[in-house]
Ligand binder design. Structure first.
Ligand code: ZN
Length: 416
């Protein structure tokens, strides 16, 4: 095995390459920001990105194996045949995956997925450039993962087998802080409908079955449950249909609820059944019937520590950012992401970075900031750090085995 190239030399090559594609990435980012599309309808962004990638030498662009997922893609750069250089202790060629997201919120790109899009593209193309320059036998993939804001595109892609031949996966998410150990909760979306019977609310209320009382009972039961749950658990919801008129006993009500927990096994085995029991209390109290529905659950993000340690080290070395104590970083919950599901099938990191915005994501301030030059520049600085994680995985057998050993401790997913 030949020695790894001097890391400073690798960083210099990576940063020079990133600078060379910065203007192209800026254009893609601005266009996506100006054409916000919600989950699974990201037609403009999908075409923009795939056409750009298809123009790059040796990059193959294919659809997802899930044919229904028309705004997903899988781009591949295959340097596995080039074994002229050292194979860096690989038994089989290492495959590294990056993720790009490009769906918007109803309010636009207030989650900065235009920046996620270019961070994935930038990391993928730069890692490919390093593989070329340093002659590394490696396979790189960029996953275009639609519908992160609730639809769970990555879950469909996992189920279809898109991630089956990937050894390690990584992505970045913009924010107002740098985190190498972010906490993203497992989340289950739930909708509930109660069916009762209409009646005149003054003349003959005894003839009715009150669906509003059912949903109110359920929400009260959830409020009681909240006192006995873990500090990291979350239950929150809205009543979307509460009845038609005050003089009619409501025959139909509907609510949407989200249940979140630090770990997906606790969510599925403990918290979710207890919330269901609360919903059933509405049935017992009123005599309504009930129908519930769920969408695929988001798993919590399980950060691969050996991988994220490389990222944190690069933040310090390259841009002087010290992310600090891992426990402190984990104390702030960031919401939920379908990258959590990827963490359960392959060693992964999903790191948050500071775009220079004072406000949190999903705000008008962040929406405006996501298209600034400052946010762009800070995104590419973090891309240079993420690429060094990929380079280290390509060239460091010890890192690969430590990352795999840590992943082996992650419980296997029980959800579909
Ligand atoms: Zn997001």
């Amino acid at each position: 095995m030949a020695a790894r190239a001097d890391l400073d030399a690798v960083r210099a090559v990576a940063n020079a390459f990133i600078a060379s594609i910065s203007a192209e990435l800026r254009e893609i980012s601005l266009q996506i920001h100006a054409h916000p599309e919600e989950g699974f309808s990201e037609v403009f962004a999908h075409r923009l990105i795939t056409e750009y990638l298809a123009r790059k030498p040796q990059v193959q662009v294919a659809p997802s194996k899930d044919k229904a997922l028309v705004t997903a893609f899988v781009a591949t750069y295959d340097h596995s045949a080039s074994r002229a250089g050292a194979n860096h202790g690989q038994d089989a060629v290492t495959t590294i995956g990056f993720c790009s997201e490009y769906d918007a919120l109803p309010m636009g790109h207030a989650c900065g997925h235009n920046l996620i899009a270019i961070s994935g593209i930038g990391a993928f193309l730069t890692a490919a450039h390093l593989a070329e320059i340093f002659d590394l036998p490696v396979r790189l993939k960029l996953f275009g993962t639609p519908g992160e804001e609730g639809q769970g595109g990555k879950i469909n892609m996992i189920n279809a087998g898109d991630f089956a031949d990937v050894d390690f996966a990584m992505m970045l998410h913009p924010g107002n802080i740098d985190l190498a150990h972010p906490t993203y909760l497992a989340a289950q979306h739930l909708d509930v409908e109660y069916f009762g019977k209409e009646a005149h609310a003054a003349a003959s209320p005894w003839d009715g079955i009150n669906a509003l009382d059912a949903v109110v009972t359920a929400f009260n039961a959830i409020a009681h449950l909240r006192q006995q749950i873990l500090p990291t658990d979350r239950i929150h919801g809205v009543i979307t249909h509460g009845g038609a008129a005050p003089n009619i006993i409501p025959a139909y009500t509907r609510a949407e609820i989200m249940v979140r927990s630090e770990r997906q096994d606790h969510l599925q085995e403990n918290l979710f059944p207890r919330v269901l029991a609360c919903l059933e209390s509405g049935v017992a109290a009123t005599g309504c019937t009930m129908k519930t529905g769920t969408t695929p659950a988001y798993a919590d993000v399980v950060t691969n520590v050996p991988m994220t340690d490389v990222y944190a080290h690069e933040l310090l070395v390259q841009i002087g950012v010290d992310v600090g104590d891992p426990h402190e970083q984990r104390s702030v919950s960031r919401g939920s992401t379908d990258m959590g599901n990827v963490c359960y099938v392959v060693p992964s990191i999903h790191n948050v970075f500071d775009t220079g915005c004072k406000a949190e994501i999903h705000s008008e301030e962040f929406l405006a900031h996501a298209k600034t030059q400052e946010a762009h520049d800070k995104t590419l600085q973090r891309v240079a750090c993420l690429v060094m994680v990929a380079y280290s995985l390509m060239t460091d057998a010890d890192l690969r085995s430590r990352a795999r050993a840590e992943f082996a401790k992650v419980p296997k997913p029980k959800t579909k």
